[in-house]
Design a protein around this ligand. Sequence first.
Ligand SMILES: C[S@@+](CC[C@H](N)C(=O)[O-])C[C@H]1O[C@@H](n2cnc3c(N)ncnc32)[C@H](O)[C@@H]1O
Length: 416
Amino acid sequence: MKAQGYIEEMSDEGLGVLKAEKPIYIPYTVVGDFVKVYKTRRRFGRIIAESFEVVEFSLLRQTPRCEHFGKCGGCLWQHIKYKKQLKLKQENFKEITGITADIKGSPKLFGFRNSSNFIVTTQGIGFKEYAKPLSIVDVEECPVFSNKTWEYLRTLKEFMKEENLKAWDLKRKRGDVHYLSVREGKSTGETMINLIAHIKPVKAFRNYLSFADSLYWSFKADERDDPRGEPQLTAGEPYIRERIEDVVYLIHPNSFFQANSYALPLLLKAVEGFTEGEKVLDLYSGVGTFGIWLAKRGFKVEGVEVNPFAVEMANKNAELNGVDAVFRIGKAEETPIGDYDTVVVDPPRKGLKETAELLAKSGIENIIYVSCNPKAFRLDCEKHLKKAYQIEDALLIDMFPHTPHVEAVVKLMRRG
Ligand SMILES: C[S@@+](CC[C@H](N)C(=O)[O-])C[C@H]1O[C@@H](n2cnc3c(N)ncnc32)[C@H](O)[C@@H]1O
């Protein structure tokens, strides 16, 4: 045995930490567990437990719902009581940013995810193991996503068997089918299925997954391991719709959409609550998720987004909802920050970088920073934003139950 003892704290990636000679990071454990570690390995400069046993269970535990929990890399925290999950997220956010913020939990704890990418491999169809990108967990179910998971997967297997299609071999980097991407409009009941494959569309495909409202085949020319190809509509509608209260959003295989449809209203209302004045700039606007919501409430919105496809979708969404919002293609870091009352920023995981400097030099009174990465947020603040802004308010929204992740909405006010 390498080490044993109680888990005393959680790392910011959501692993239990055993304080041995050097800390050992143990997935699927929680504070209060007593663990015996038999085998470890190094990953990104840390020691991760690979073989271990929990010999005494913490009172913070609950029974995980999913049969694949403990192996699948999708959920790290299904074994932790939900109230404690929320507390841990608050503490972690405070530890990283120094900000104390209230947290709002997800109204639904299972079946909340509106999209899932199942990797289709010679080892099985499902998700990657935690910290083992070449090892696949062959799944039967995914309770955080949909109770129809088994149906999607069974139909795919039938199709592949009948048509003699090969699954992707992760090591040799060859095969026919690589990913099955499924999206569900939770409020509309509409389903989009997108098969990402290294071969041209097979005719019989539409007969198998005919229950989908929108069916795509995406040809993938490269060997990269991601669910991206050139989507081609095979049957049904080009878009599916998701309704969030009084706003309808179109979803396309190429467009990002916030993953938790049930917690999304909380996120939108948090942003709305922090918005001041009339004129709003939605930077990193994607398909217009925030901008259209705000325009529906009477704000005059302009959006800037680098992905031309997302901009097209955002403008379609504005038209569909009959609102006064215009979205254009542009890089946030090159956007002249004109005369706006509020700027909403929702950057990718790496954070604002140069855009932070641009904002600090602008005359904008009110910034709303939506962040899924507290470390990047802290860096943006420390390097640039703090010089010109003070933190006025913050709220955390749990968009990702059973994972260590959280979405933060922070209101920054220009210093007087
Ligand atoms: C976290 S998503 C947020 C999208 C949108 N706010 C939403 O909630 O759906 C970040 C978005 O920033 C866009 N993006 C990435 N780099 C950018 C840049 N340099 N300038 C403008 N947009 C960028 C991405 O294409 C993506 O749509």
